[in-house]
Design a protein around this ligand. Structure first.
Ligand SMILES: NC(=O)c1ccc[n+]([C@@H]2O[C@H](COP(=O)([O-])OP(=O)(O)OC[C@H]3O[C@@H](n4cnc5c(N)ncnc54)[C@H](OP(=O)(O)O)[C@@H]3O)[C@@H](O)[C@H]2O)c1
Length: 363
């Protein structure tokens, strides 16, 4: 582990980065780190290490030439042993606090800071207060930092909202909507959004919890409320089917007219009798088939009202990988503990990366 005192902001050496989880997001993060002169990728933790037929090196896995010489390791201990120490882990293995807490604890025990994209880690106190308290305690004891981020939760419907409130005199309430296209995603996403089901089956699967819609609304609502200095007393969520009137075809699913093209997930956060935050995330395949334009929309209602919209939507994959890699240094320089996006300096990108490493990546 490289001591913190050697990482002075005035003359920072490249940070030594380990990526845990080489799924879609972890691989994108790896490319960004490899393109960054201020970061050095020293290891990757993956269940693919040692699998028969799997490459032994990250470059092989990413199809990059020449070989980058970064070994794939089956455990964090093994990755650190081979790397001879690291500063920070970029973590991308799951969504829920309960499933990732053990991995994050292992990082803290090993003396590392952590940026994770597990959705519930954006505000872990919302659903797992006991585990959050445990992680916070361990982080402080070890003098290291954990933060949860991502495109959403982590940025579009919380951090960006909070940033916009900075130029208002008073905030009464907040409305946000992210309209996106699910077409590029694989079978897991189709299943958890109910794409391709008939409406009755959709309703049954919402009831039994297998259609979940978006993961992260309570976290975004609590983040916004904390930023605004008020308490959320109740969060309500609803999940409705988006029923297609036309045939929609994607590589993983075909939706016939009358079947479900996606899930309109809405969440409302109340502070007493006041509807403080309303967030909407209609996610569907081929939205353009019915003239739906994708984009992000934020309305701050107060004095004055402020409205911001993007179109098409901020691309979720690149955005998630980028904000994670962009937080590597801020998290190392932050005070110890379990933090949120509200506790870090204004997040930012960099003009220093080599764009050719990203040339063949589709946003
Ligand atoms: N906050 C946000 O905005 C945001 C955005 C995108 C994704 N996410 C979340 O981040 C996670 C990763 O996203 P993704 O798109 O990269 O998913 P993915 O393509 O399914 O990859 C997940 C990877 O996690 C690792 N993994 C899975 N189960 C594991 C386990 N039990 N123990 C250890 N490692 C495990 C595997 O990597 P190896 O094969 O290398 O072991 C797997 O390839 C998902 O839970 C996703 O919902 C959050």
């Amino acid at each position: 582990v490289v001591p913190r005192e050697r990482l002075t902001p005035s003359q920072p050496p490249p940070l030594r980065v380990v990526i845990w989880g080489l799924g879609a997001m972890g691989r994108l993060m790896a490319r960004l780190v490899l393109a960054d002169p201020d970061l050095r990728l020293v290891g990757a933790v993956t269940r693919q290490a040692g699998a028969s037929g799997a490459p032994s090196d990250l470059a092989g896995l990413l199809g990059l030439e020449p070989a980058a010489g970064i070994p794939l390791s089956p455990s964090l201990d093994r990755a650190l042993e081979r790397a001879g120490g690291a500063n920070v882990v970029l973590h991308a293995t799951g969504s829920f606090v309960a499933e990732v807490a053990g991995q994050i604890e292992a990082c803290l025990e090993a003396g590392l800071d952590v940026v994770t994209i597990a959705e519930e880690m954006a505000f872990p106190w919302a659903q797992s207060p006991d585990l959050a308290a445990r992680l916070d305690r361990l982080a402080r004891e070890r003098g290291h930092t954990v933060v949860g981020t991502g495109v959403n939760p982590g940025f579009v419907l919380d951090t960006l909202v909070v940033l916009l409130t900075a130029v208002t005199g008073h905030v009464q309430s907040v409305y946000g909507r992210r309209v996106n296209d699910l077409s590029p995603y694989g079978p897991t996403v189709m299943r958890t959004q109910g794409v391709g089901l008939d409406p009755d089956e959709f309703a049954r699967r919402v009831a039994d919890g297998t259609v979940v819609g978006h993961v992260g609304f309570p976290e975004s609502i609590h983040l916004i409320a904390r930023a605004l200095g008020v308490k959320v007393t109740r969060v309500e969520e609803s999940r409705e089917p988006i029923i297609s009137t036309v045939r929609r075809v994607t590589p993983h699913v075909v939706v016939e007219p009358g079947y479900v093209a996606g899930c309109r997930h809405v969440a409302r956060g109340w502070s007493g009798d006041l509807l403080l935050v309303e967030l909407e995330h209609p996610q569907q395949v081929r939205p353009e088939a019915e003239g739906v334009e994708t984009g992000d929309y934020i309305e701050i209602r107060g004095w004055p009202d402020i409205t911001v919209r993007t179109g098409p939507e901020i691309p979720g994959g690149i955005a998630t990988a980028a904000i994670t890699v962009n937080l590597a240094r801020p998290v190392v320089q932050a005070p110890p503990g379990l933090l949120t996006m509200l506790d870090l300096p204004l997040p930012r990108g960099t003009a220093r990366r080599r764009p050719e490493v990203l040339r063949d990546v589709r946003p």
